[in-house]
Design a protein around this ligand. Sequence first.
Ligand code: GPW
Length: 800
Amino acid sequence: MFSSQEEFKEAYLKKLEMTSGKAFPDTTLQDRYDTLGQLIREYISMNWIQTNEQYRYQKQKQVYYLSIEFLLGRLLRQNLMNLGIYELVEEGLGDLGIDLKDMEDVEQDAALGNGGLGRLAACFLDSMASMDLPGHGYGIRYKHGLFEQKIVNGYQMELPEQWLRHGYVWEVRKPDLMMQIPFWGRIESSEKDGVTSFRHVDAEIVAAVPYDLPVVGYGTTTVNTLRLWNAEPYAYKAGRDMMKYKRDTEAITEFLYPDDTQDEGKVLRLKQQYFLVSASIRTILESYLSRHGDLTNLHEHVAIHINDTHPVLAIPEMMRVLIDEYGMDWDSAWGVTTKTFAYTNHTTLSEALERWLVRIFQPLLPRIYMIIDEINERFCRDLWDAYPGEWGRIEGMAIIAHGEVKMAHLAIAGSHSVNGVAKIHTNILKEREMNLFYQYFPGKFNSKTNGITHRRWLLNSNPPLASLIQSAIGDAWIKDPSRLSELESFTADSAFLENLHKAKQLNKKRLADRILQTNGIVVDPDSIFDIQIKRLHAYKRQLLNILHILHLFNRCQENPDADIPSRTFIFGAKASPGYYYAKKIIKLIHSVADLVNDHPAVKGRIKVVFLENYRVSLAEEIIPAADVSQQISTASKEASGTGNMKFMMNGALTLGTLDGANIEIQEQVGDENIFIFGLRAEEVMKQQQDGSYYSMEYYHHDERIKKMLDQLIDGSLPDAGDHFETIYDSLLAENDEFFVLRDFDSYAKAHERVASAYRDQESWLRMSLINIARSGYFSSDRTIAEYAREIWRIGGVGLR
Ligand code: GPW
């Protein structure tokens, strides 16, 4: 292929002219990007084929990660870095007068996910490939990923996202591996030799066509596969409307549902879920049978992971295939199935727990419904034996109850492992949300604290810091992130700290330039960059942040000479299109920004910036520039968080509640290197239960709170209209479900501690370095090693 810069240049030029049909000088950036992508994909394909051959002949246990979301972001840089040819390509292109950075910016993010859950799946793929684990992803090839956000006058507008507009160079369509997926229709049963068998008739068939993406490991020849399914028309029934059939079929993979932690309950979503799992499960079984003969040992050779309950129908689908297609008896099929599946829960918010109305479910998936019904019957019988007469308990655990299918109950009953995503989250599951199941199946429950790939989130996105780290401790940390701890020996090295400062300032300057370009706001790179980027949700409390900014503004007005350090508050957040409250918060952030940014009393000490269309590639620019990472969810509500880990790894200090993985960050860095505030989870849960919190008291007894809440509705804010009355009411009339007012004082004090800590630059830099040095634990390599050893039970993985 190519092994030197010269060979690369030659191959590239030739391919560029051949595929574009233009002379080199006439080619567009898009042509140049496409050609580069194609060339790299071909470069990858040798190892890809070899990896697959190896998996086939060495018969290693395979892991399949089923997820309705994979939030990949861009792949060009990651692939070049992981292949170890970034510099070669950069220099080769440089000779041709092409800037590789420009090529990287041509690539559209693959935004096939909403937030943390989808990005976690993408980080896991990187870790599995980089650790030479046979782990593959199965997902959906949405034609439109997460909507593109435009801000007009402070309001969020949504545009359909168009990542496939110019084609997608990383994918390979495999039409010969198409699967047929049946929906609707009826089940006919017949008896033969005392055995009943079932046939799905009069179904509407949809074709699932796979598109494979290579998942390139870092510094290894392993190339795993992410298989994304596309829905296409197959055959429509005589007498049905052909056009309607085509539209209904293509609709299945048209859009990613834009709701984060919200159960949707629409039949199209259920179709997506079954479409994904049916195509995947049958492919997995076929591939298994081509390697091994006997289905009864399936679990020794295959582990299937379901990312939240969205793919949980994989469990009854596996039962269906084993029984209806391979003639296995129920008990054997159930034994194999439950030993094969593992399930991760990502939230305790009840509004996110999926439930399907039987009357919606049953007509669409008649055979799957029958199987779930049978699973439920048997499960309830077992429960009756364990808890005779305890109707209430059994009702609370049933898989089908009150006309609904409870997806989480199915997931727990049908898996051998149930894990939460941080210690506190797993404990809340065990003690509260899933307590009845924990009592019955104590051995299934375990905790796996989330992680992030330090390769994308430090090595690739923060070159100044990565090269500083490399100059200090070499590059062993890239394969073994625990070795970041070697940086601790530099905490007293003032020259090193000075360089750390320089790296941060470089990143801040770069972000300041972007902010000027996109928002027209001048921000000072010497101010504290205080950042909150994540989906917009009431429980994540962007409201607490913006109200506190309003309070800082009030202080400036009351006392123009108040000793307030310069701060730049940066937000990035998408609100689900139907989540009106969240959209009001976005408007509020813009309104406060308009009030504050050029106000004479502020004297430039506070800037508020909302960066539109927050996404993976934007996060990669923002995070390296952060001084302060805001992780301020109401304690008990954020299962883990993963943005918190990315900031820590890039040297930002966390300002956060004792929630999710913040607690484990605190355990790593110690109280002195983090800013913690607010109620603890037990306090929140207790006050929720006993109803002892009255937000109105805080309004009446804290002048700061009264003032800023009144400002929401008295015309103090620019272009407020009556938008903020809803927010005002949520805090007072509705008693402030997320304890914003309750935590305000503690939050304001934590900000004071941040401000005074930042004054001592040397000590701040030391704290920052300790955060980086102790972030290795939060690499997804550690998380994946734990999954591999303790859940998937695949050998040869050392826990580092
Ligand atoms: F509701 N998470 C997410 F649990 O990004 F399914 N989307 C979701 O739909 C859900 C959870 C679900 C997030 C959690 O909110 C976050 O705390 C966690 O770090 C992340 O999943 C990865 O585990």
